[in-house]
Ligand binder design. Structure first.
Ligand code: ZN
Length: 137
């Protein structure tokens, strides 16, 4: 990095690990403006490291929302559409979609809903109620 560098932009911070916290602190302490973007919650709605620590270090925070792919309301969640318990599953279109608080279904991949519907049952809400969102879990 050039000693003349004044502004550093970092995207996808949720993929860059805990070391990013110390690095951004060092850069900011050295007088650089550091702009970091990333998801603050994971596919289950849990805090997504290292964003919580980065938020605590920040002088300024702008939280942006997407548009819910189901209902069009402001969306803060990332709905995983494929089955995996891994924290990070990198994927393109069709693997994730933005969801609002009401439409977010942590832990229920879309394929389960499709399989459920194929069985001839129209009680999709029954499936949803089997795994309610529990922010304390
Ligand atoms: Zn919605």
């Amino acid at each position: 990095m050039s000693p003349r560098t004044q502004v550093i932009g970092i995207d996808e911070a949720n993929f860059l690990g805990a070391g990013l916290v110390e690095l951004t602190a060092q850069l900011a302490d050295a007088g650089r403006q550091v702009i970091v973007a990333g998801l603050d919650t994971d596919f289950m709605g849990r805090p997504f490291p290292p964003l919580p620590d980065l938020l605590c270090l920040a002088e300024s925070i702008t939280k942006t929302l997407a548009i819910c792919m189901r209902c069009g309301n402001p969306a803060k969640h990332t709905q995983r559409l494929v089955e995996s318990d891994d924290l990070i599953v990198v994927g393109a279109a069709g693997m994730y979609e933005a969801r609002c608080r009401r439409c977010f279904e942590p832990g229920i991949p879309k394929q389960d809903l499709l399989d459920f519907a194929k069985k001839g049952t129209d009680d999709i809400y029954g499936l949803r109620s089997a795994a309610p969102f529990n922010p304390g879990a």
